[in-house]
Design a protein around this ligand. Structure first.
Ligand code: S3P
Length: 415
């Protein structure tokens, strides 16, 4: 029914490998297919979900799915046949199942949904949990004109005369608008072009406060004291980067993969933190300062200060090394506030600087010697993927989940 994600390869990259940089140079604001993003276009029949969806998918570099077509393929029947053979309730149950499958099979993309899908079985809530829903709002009169020629394939309106059609659509919209208006984004008639939609998606997905990136928490005002409100927003952001990098001493020996431990405001209470925690603080501060931010994760080797850590992890790879991407002047730029000046000095590498223009990713070399290496890229996320982080760590470090680690030297907490 749904094409698996396997057709869309993950990016694997080595230090200085072009892939990550190449994607950042394109006008597309999302990189490759590792967007971990689902966009649901919702709205009445004829509102333009499929045509807009295809163009939006292209702009976002995501696969496109038309839920009606997917259901027709899977059932091997047209929508009219499904309605006439099994009734509308059956169709609604398959629509719901389709959404559940997206979650189970971790499928991303832009989805043009059937006009009734958000209005049954709490589907709108489910869509908002799974990703971003966008309501393409159009007046009833315009919808009548747009569906007139394609009525036949739409069982709910196929037998209606023109006058009946307007009454029917007006009547249905009165009920359906209640659900449609629960969408994450309500796109009025004049902002349904692709540029506006991409802008709305960026603002909504990457600037909002989340349980983990809780930047309205009172502790952020003291953390950003002397930075926030002083100079232009970019200056503030760059100063924040330095503060996040050096305020917390890098500490990969106390890992907490639970929501309460990962919360940016909880990290602010500490003096030491690991790369994921520091990335959370940076992403939260960036959003607070008005910049869209997202979290990126990779598996790396030769991470800074690795020797002792390897003995706890029992293998050389660091799973879920975290950094941040910030949308600055129309492009995503990466920064890695993980390693403070002191740990860099002890490890004999220069601390990473960030100028808001160039990606600042990692210390690939120590002198002439290869230092850090990226082995696998998980993709970028609008919020911390706590489940994935736990399951990946479990795959690589099962002993950390089988035994209890809670000493001054090393502690590990998980879901
Ligand atoms: C329906 C809309 C149709 C299709 C089915 C029911 C509805 O999809 O799912 O005919 O209830 O509004 P489109 O909105 O793509 O026409």
């Amino acid at each position: 029914m749904i094409h698996s994600k396997s057709g869309y390869e993950k990016i694997y990259f080595q230090p200085f490998c072009e892939s990550i940089i190449v994607h950042q140079k394109t006008s597309c604001i999302f990189t490759a297919s590792n967007c971990n993003m689902r966009i649901f276009l919702i709205g009445y029949m004829g509102s333009g979900k499929s045509s807009t969806g295809k163009r939006l998918a292209r702009a976002l570099n995501l696969p496109f799915y038309d839920t009606d077509k997917e259901i027709e393929n899977e059932q091997n029947k047209t929508i009219e046949e499904i309605f006439s053979d099994f009734g509308e309730n059956y169709f609604r149950s398959i629509e719901h199942e389709y959404l559940l499958q997206l979650q189970l099979r971790n499928i991303d993309g832009v989805f043009a949904t059937g006009g009734g899908m958000p209005c049954f079985n709490d589907n709108i809530q489910l869509m908002n949990q799974l990703g971003v829903s966008i309501f393409l709002d159009r007046p009833a009169k315009e919808l009548v004109q747009r569906v007139e020629t394609s009525k036949k394939s739409r069982p709910l309106i196929s037998n209606k005369s023109d006058v009946e059609l307007l009454n029917f659509i007006e009547y249905q919209l009165e009920n359906r608008n209640y659900f449609y208006k629960k969408a994450t984004i309500i796109a009025e008639r004049d902002c349904q072009d692709i540029k506006s939609l991409v802008h709305l998606i960026t603002e909504k997905s990457y600037k909002n406060e989340t349980e983990i990136l809780d930047y309205n928490h009172s502790s952020f005002s003291s953390f950003l004291e002397g930075i926030e409100g002083v100079g232009n927003p970019l200056d503030q952001l760059l100063k924040t980067y330095q503060k996040v990098r050096d305020h917390f001493l890098y500490d990969p020996y106390h890992l907490d993969l639970r929501p309460e431990g990962l919360k940016a405001s909880s990290v602010l209470l500490k003096k030491r933190a690991w790369c994921v925690e520091k990335a959370n603080v940076m992403a939260a501060c960036g959003r607070r300062l008005g910049f869209p931010t997202r979290l990126s994760y990779a598996i790396v080797t030769n991470h800074i200060g690795i020797e002792k850590l390897e003995s706890y992890l029992r293998r050389p790879e660091i799973v879920f090394h975290g950094y941040v991407e910030i949308f600055i002047n129309g492009k995503w730029v990466s920064c890695t506030p993980a390693f403070d000046k002191k740990v860099c000095r002890l490890s004999g590498v220069e601390p990473l600087e960030f100028d808001g223009k160039q990606n600042s990713l990692f210390q690939a070399f120590k002198g002439k010697e290869r230092f850090m290496e990226y082995i696998h890229y998980y993709g970028h996320f609008a919020d911390v993927p706590i489940q994935l982080m736990n399951s990946e760590m479990k795959k690589y470090y099962p002993h950390l989940f089988d035994e209890v680690y809670d000493t001054k030297e090393f502690s590990f907490y998980h879901l």
